[in-house]
Design a protein around this ligand. Structure first.
Ligand code: GN1
Ligand code: CA
Length: 206
């Protein structure tokens, strides 16, 4: 019994003796954690600062580009605040709701613009990047069977998807949507009464 008791006492003693040592071991590790935390805060702060600087630099470079292109800050601010994006030499607006082709066109006209007219490969690639099936300003309506842009010019370079235009299943598909975003040839003809997103284009005179 006495030996057991002695053993227990000895264990208690050892634990007691070890306690300060454990604290002593814990202390540098706590300091270490504190240092790590300070380092982390510093890193977060520096990253945030760099992001702010990057944002300011991008803002200045965009404004400089627009300034060089002859666009006044008041015009650009006006369009940017209303959700337009700039792609030389036009501003573009992509809708967030769907309407028929004519209602979409009317919306663009109310905004002082019109449905997008695609004049180049670059513009074609740009419009695909919105990744929304959307109306463009190309139609057969009231054009005596000839595809025409909303400004009355005839279609010269086209980007029809494979098998399009096809007046699918004998339907009258007289309006055009951007459908196949992943392909250069992205257009599909579709009934003008269908509901789609749309892209307005406003060319700003220099
Ligand atoms: C067909 O299958 P879907 O809905 O993606 C058709 C189009 C028509 C469209 C009308 C290959 O497309 O041409 O405009 O229906 N696609 C094919 O809704 O025939
Ligand atoms: Ca079609």
């Amino acid at each position: 019994m006495a030996r057991v008791l002695h053993k227990e006492q000895s264990e208690i003693h050892v634990d007691y003796v070890n306690a300060p040592n454990q604290l002593a071991r814990g202390s540098p590790s706590k300091n270490h954690t504190g240092k790590d935390r300070r380092k982390l805060y510093r890193l977060v702060g520096v990253s945030f600062g760099l992001l702010c600087i990057l944002q300011i630099a991008l803002n200045i470079s965009l404004r400089l580009t627009l300034y060089i292109e002859g666009l006044s800050p008041s015009i650009t601010d006006h369009y940017f605040k209303q959700g337009w994006v700039y792609f030389r030499p036009s501003f573009y607006y992509i809708s967030s709701i769907k309407k028929s082709w004519q209602d979409s066109r009317d919306d663009c006209l109310r905004r002082g613009a019109d449905l997008v007219i695609i004049n180049s490969r670059e513009e074609q690639d740009f419009t695909r990047k919105f990744h929304r099936i959307s109306w463009i300003g190309l139609t057969l309506r009231e054009t005596k069977g000839e595809w025409k842009w909303v400004d009355g010019t005839p279609l010269t370079k086209s980007y029809w998807g494979s098998g399009e235009p096809n007046d699918y299943e004998g339907k009258t598909e007289d309006c055009v949507e951007i459908k196949f975003h992943d392909e250069e040839n992205s257009w599909n003809d579709i009934p003008c009464g269908d509901q789609n997103f749309w892209i307005c284009e406003k060319t700003v005179a220099l």
